[in-house]
Design a protein around this ligand. Structure first.
Ligand code: CP
Ligand code: NVA
Length: 316
């Protein structure tokens, strides 16, 4: 594995499977109350957290996961740090690398890359506007727990072609999934991301397609995934976005086109009545709550693999 976890694109198929298998094992132990078997794995380690944007799941699951593994966390509030007074990202990364064993960063993609370039410790992407790898690893675990295989799986993302869509597309390319991004015109994923995922898909036997019509896209889908129409940082565009995305709601009518046993995912937070109806979010096809729960188990697998004493598995 690379020193940092920046994007699903950087992981090999073997590494993705290793993380998922590890997470399943950790989850089993957690649910059986056998936490004594994992509770000391990160004893003495400290995880830093930089969150430039709000978070519930990512922050709490990393903090809880770290503590359950015997480690500790420190939240660095940028406004109260010297970053706010102009100390460079490079200098900050170099210095705090000497105090911490790893760090989760949620913020601008450029900030994350600059931080990772200068940090001497593992840097984990806790979401940027471009990618959200920890979320997608949890999604893959949840899809596989629902009894579905990745090969020949038809996964349709309905919504905005940004971070979640991009990371799902990368995962699809690696794992041989048939992926459709169904986005309104003007909200498609970037050409470079599509190109990279398509190259991987050619090798894995998957496919990457881009459509604009939700009903046609979800025809016979095994998985439908949606996300907010207004991502963090896009608040000034609310009115236009609510208008442009209106036909892209995941609702009972749309589900009729998919397979009967189709599962529905959403990374959350959801805007009930916008990108998804409550009826679907809380309905029988939804595995959204399992998906959110799995963030904890996957974060723990990531923390052990990147921060634990498994350095032989790290490519540095
Ligand atoms: N899905 C997700 O990353 O949620 P948070 O923004 O609450 O962390
Ligand atoms: N696309 C959303 C994902 C939230 C987890 C955002 O960036 O706000």
């Amino acid at each position: 594995m690379e020193k940092n976890l920046i994007s699903i694109y950087d992981l090999t198929v073997r590494e993705i499977k290793e993380i998922l298998e590890f997470a399943i094992d950790i989850k089993k132990k957690h649910l059986k109350g056998q936490e004594v078997l994992t509770s000391g794995l990160l004893k003495g380690k400290i995880l830093g957290l930089i969150f430039q944007k709000p978070s519930t799941r990512t922050r709490v699951s990393f903090e809880a996961g770290m503590k359950q593994l015997g480690g500790e966390t420190i939240l660095l509030d940028i406004k109260e740090s010297q970053l706010s007074r102009g100390e460079t990202i490079a200098d900050t990364a170099k210095v705090i690398s000497k105090y911490l064993n790893g760090i989760v960063v949620r913020g601008e993609h450029k900030f994350l890359l600059e931080f990772a370039k200068h940090a001497l410790i593992p840097v984990i992407n806790g979401l940027t506007e471009v990618t959200h790898p920890c979320q997608i690893l949890s999604d893959l675990l949840t899809i596989s727990e629902s009894g579905k295989n990745f090969k020949n799986l038809k996964l349709v993302f309905v919504g905005d072609g940004n971070n979640i869509c991009n990371s799902l597309m990368f995962a699809a390319g690696k794992l041989g999934i048939d992926f459709i991004a169904c986005c309104p015109a003007g909200y498609e994923p970037g050409a470079q991301i599509i190109e990279k995922a398509t190259k991987d898909a050619k090798k894995s036997g998957g496919s990457i397609d881009l459509f604009h019509n939700p009903a046609q896209s979800v025809k016979d889908a095994d998985v439908i995934y949606t996300d907010t129409w207004v991502s963090m940082g896009q608040e000034t565009e609310v009115k236009k976005r609510l208008h442009d995305f209106k036909p892209y709601q995941v609702n009972k009518e749309l589900l009729k086109y998919a397979k009967q046993d189709c599962v529905v995912l959403h990374c959350l937070p959801a805007h009930r009545g916008q990108e998804i109806t409550s009826e679907v979010l809380d309905g029988k096809n939804s595995i959204i709550w399992e998906q959110a729960e799995n963030r904890l188990h996957v974060q723990k697998a990531i923390l052990i693999l990147w921060l634990g004493n498994k350095k032989n598995k790290m490519r540095r």
